[in-house]
Design a protein around this ligand. Structure first.
Ligand code: IPE
Ligand code: IPE
Ligand code: MG
Length: 236
C-alpha cells in the first residue's frame, strides 16, 4: 500500500548566501533572514500536524568557511538559542534535540543547547531536531567508536549488531526516519546529511532560496509528497 503519512520532514536550509547576493546584501544578511524564516516554517509545519522536523543548520564541513562567516553564524546560534529558551512554553508542546559533534562549540553555546533539551519532559507531541556541527559520516564515525568501546567493555558482541542496534548508536536514536527531505535552492545533493536515516525518504528540491521558502512552498512540497508511491522495495 502507498504510505503517504507525513510525520517527519527534514530540511536542508540552503541558499542564504545566494538570496543575499541577488539583493546586493551580505551573506550575513542572508543568514539573518534565513533564521527569521525558520520560525515561520516551523509554525507552518506544526499547524499542518507534522510531528517531527529536522533541520540541517550547520555541517561539519561548514567549519571551513571564512572565519567571519563562522563567527556570525555562532552569534546567530547564540541569539536563537537564548530566544528559544526565553520563549519556551510547555503548552507549545515542542521538544528540542541537538545532534552533531557539540564538543566543537564554545561552552556557552553547549550550555544553551543542554538547557533547551532539559526543558523537554519527553511527553511532547512535536520534536524539533537541529543538526549543528553535524554530518552523516561524522555521526557514523562517532557511532562506530561508541560501539567498539562497548565491545571492549563486554556490553555488545558482533552477533548482537542489527540495523536497529546501529540506529540506536546514532545521534538520532529514538527518532523516526524522515518521510520527506526538502532541500531549498535547487541543489540536488545530500551534502552529508542523514546518510543512514534518509534511506527510504522522498526527496523534494524547490528552486527557492531558504529565506523565501513560504507556507505555499511547504504546501506544494506536501502535495508532491502525497503523489509519491512509496514502495520500500515491494510490489503492490
Ligand atoms: C545555508 O545557506 C546556510 C548554511 C550552510 C549555514 P548557504 O550559506 O549555504 O547559502 P548558499 O548556498 O551559499 O547560497
Ligand atoms: C549544506 O549546505 C549544509 C547546510 C545547509 C547546513 P552547504 O551549502 O554547506 O552544501 P554544499 O557546499 O552546497 O554542498
Ligand atoms: Mg549552500
Amino acid at each position: 500500500m502507498t504510505d503517504t503519512t507525513l510525520n517527519h520532514i527534514a530540511f536542508i536550509m540552503d541558499g542564504n548566501g545566494r538570496w543575499a547576493k541577488a539583493r546586493g546584501l551580505s551573506r550575513s544578511d542572508g543568514h539573518k533572514e534565513g533564521a527569521k524564516n525558520l520560525k515561520k516554517v516551523l509554525e507552518a509545519c506544526q499547524k499542518r500536524g507534522i510531528h517531527y522536523v529536522t533541520l540541517y543548520a550547520f555541517s561539519t564541513e561548514n567549519w571551513s568557511r571564512p572565519e567571519p562567516e563562522v563567527h556570525l553564524l555562532m552569534t546567530l546560534f547564540r541569539q536563537y538559542l537564548s530566544e528559544a529558551i526565553k520563549e519556551f512554553k510547555p503548552q507549545n508542546d515542542v521538544c528540542f534535540h541537538f545532534i552533531g559533534d557539540r564538543t566543537r562549540f564554545t561552552s556557552d553555546i553547549q550550555e544553551r543547547m543542554a538547557k533547551l533539551e532539559s526543558l523537554c519532559s519527553g511527553k511532547e507531541n512535536y520534536h524539533l531536531t537541529v543538526c549543528l556541527s553535524y554530518s552523516g559520516r561524522d555521526e557514523m564515525k562517532r557511532a562506530v567508536q561508541k560501539m567498539m568501546q562497548d565491545a571492549i567493555d563486554g556490553k555488545i558482541k558482533p552477533s548482537d549488531v542489527t540495523e536497529d542496534v546501529i540506529s540506536s548508536y546514532l545521534d538520532t536514536a529514538g527518532l523516526p526516519d524522515p518521510d520527506l527531505m526538502i532541500r531549498t535552492s535547487g541543489e540536488q545533493r545530500l551534502s552529508n546529511f542523514l546518510l543512514w536515516q534518509l534511506a527510504y525518504s522522498e526527496f523534494y528540491f524547490p528552486m527557492v532560496h531558504w529565506p523565501e521558502f513560504s507556507e505555499k512552498d511547504l504546501d506544494e512540497a506536501i502535495e508532491a509528497y502525497k503523489t509519491r508511491d512509496r514502495r520500500f522495495g515491494k510490489v503492490k
